[in-house]
Write a protein that binds this ligand. Structure first.
Ligand code: UD1
Ligand code: UDP
Length: 374
């Protein structure tokens, strides 16, 4: 019998982190022929993850352009994948999450008569513009996918509500926890110039607030308000803010111009995955609009303040590990102050169980495809 051919298609940092544990596992299965295609929707931030996990793509579309728009990005991916599919001839492709790469990858596969397996299926806000364009991306991918690997029961129920057949949906947990646990293990005897540099620039007697942000719906006014809030928070002498700034020029510009010279604020380039985990471990709380960080932080006992108006990760809000604070400077400042000043509240928020998985999601996906999980 010929081997099943699987092609993993991804393009951005979070997709790479969340695909890596699954790719590693599938590459070790002699019954499968497993290949990797990166669109390189991200370049430097993707390569950081590929290097760390030792993934060597079989195909690289290298589509990233500085300040790229959604339409030109989509058409470059759609065109590029047509040729890759003709060469690789996969039985199925895996896509992850809700980026342009995942949705356009799913569309290209559907048009080419190739099956689509969707990892991290079923997340919803039901608001088409928040997050934009991710909410529509993931709804479209659900229409195109043949199998849906939902991280939680809530995600499964969202798919059932949209009429997806129950026997096509599997609840697996989120593969980001698999990646995180392998990163934590590695950090036990790991060092790097970036970690040494951070260790010497950080003051261990000050509480560390870790910040990230990149959502399109916050470009312009939203990012200005976030930076104003951070400037205000940085006036406290008992804390320090560390902010690895996303490479999108629409993020870099406001962040460096408003926070570039502010005392207690350390701006830096995006960090490699182990370095970022190290920073999360050393932080007091995390202020972010990131999806992946909302999922990772509870495993490290770090409360998250989510700088967005809506989240598709309601499990974290319900579990009490995350709080929605939007981009309003006074709401952000008050929520940070509350966690800094109220020890009991902080302890409660940091001692919650992670609702997103136990680190076995990749194995579950493998067992589903080998018929071992029924
Ligand atoms: C993308 C995803 C978003 C995901 C995020 C993770 C879409 C529409 N958006 O948003 O869902 O949460 O990635 O970070 O798919 N850039 C670089 N180098 C890099 C990466 C980005 O210079 O390694 C700059 C480029 O100017 C690029 C811009 O950032 O044009 C935007 O990248 P893009 O992937 O289009 O959007 P993100 O905001 O990163
Ligand atoms: N991350 C990283 N380096 C950084 C910032 C984040 O490796 O400087 C990791 C983080 O641990 C998480 C993922 O990148 O796993 C989140 O990516 P991002 O916030 O860009 O995307 P999202 O999850 O919002 O789609």
């Amino acid at each position: 019998m010929s081997k099943k051919k699987y092609l993993f298609v991804f393009g951005t940092r979070p997709e790479a982190i969340k695909m890596a544990p699954v790719i590693r596992l599938f590459k070790n299965q002699p019954q499968f022929d497993t290949q990797v295609c990166v669109t390189a929707q991200h370049r430097e931030m993707l390569d950081q993850v590929l290097d760390f996990f030792g993934i060597k793509p079989d195909f690289d579309l290298d589509v990233m352009k500085k300040g790229q728009g959604l339409v030109s990005l989509s058409s470059a991916i759609l065109d590029g994948l047509k040729e890759v599919f003709q060469q690789a001839k996969p039985d199925a492709i895996f896509v992850q999450g809700d980026t342009t790469t995942s949705t356009i990858g799913a569309l290209a596969a559907f048009y080419s008569g190739i099956k689509v397996y969707h990892i991290e299926a079923g997340l919803r806000t039901l608001n088409r513009f928040s997050p934009y364009p991710e909410e529509v991306n993931r709804q479209v991918t659900a229409r195109l996918a043949d199998l849906h690997f939902a991280p939680t029961i809530t995600a499964k129920n969202n798919l059932l509500d949209e009429g997806i057949e129950p026997d096509k949906i599997w609840v697996t947990g989120n593969t980001v926890i698999d990646a995180l646990l392998s990163g934590i293990e590695l950090l036990e005897d790991y060092s790097s110039p970036e970690i040494e540099q951070l260790t010497s620039s950080l003051n261990p007697s000050k509480k560390l607030i870790l910040v990230t942000g990149h959502r399109r719906e916050s470009f312009g006014d939203g990012f200005k308000k976030i930076c104003i809030a951070l400037k205000k928070i940085a006036q406290r002498s008992d804390l320090q803010i560390v902010y690895p700034v996303h490479l999108n020029p629409k993020v870099q510009e406001p962040v460096y111009s408003i926070l570039g010279d502010v005392e207690n604020v350390l701006l830096m380039e995006p960090l490699g995955y182990p370095e970022f985990i190290w920073l999360m471990q050393h932080s007091y709380l995390v202020l972010t609009d990131s999806g992946g960080i909302q999922e990772e932080a509870p495993s490290l006992g770090k409360p998250v303040l989510v700088m967005r108006d809506h989240t598709e990760r309601m499990e974290a809000i319900e579990a009490g590990t995350a709080e929605l604070v939007g981009t309003n400077p006074s709401l952000i400042t008050q929520s940070v102050e509350r966690l800094l000043n109220n020890e009991a509240l902080y302890r409660e928020r940091s001692a919650k169980k992670n609702p997103f998985g136990d680190g076995k999601a990749s194995m579950q996906i493998l067992e589903i495809l080998t018929g071992k999980k029924v």
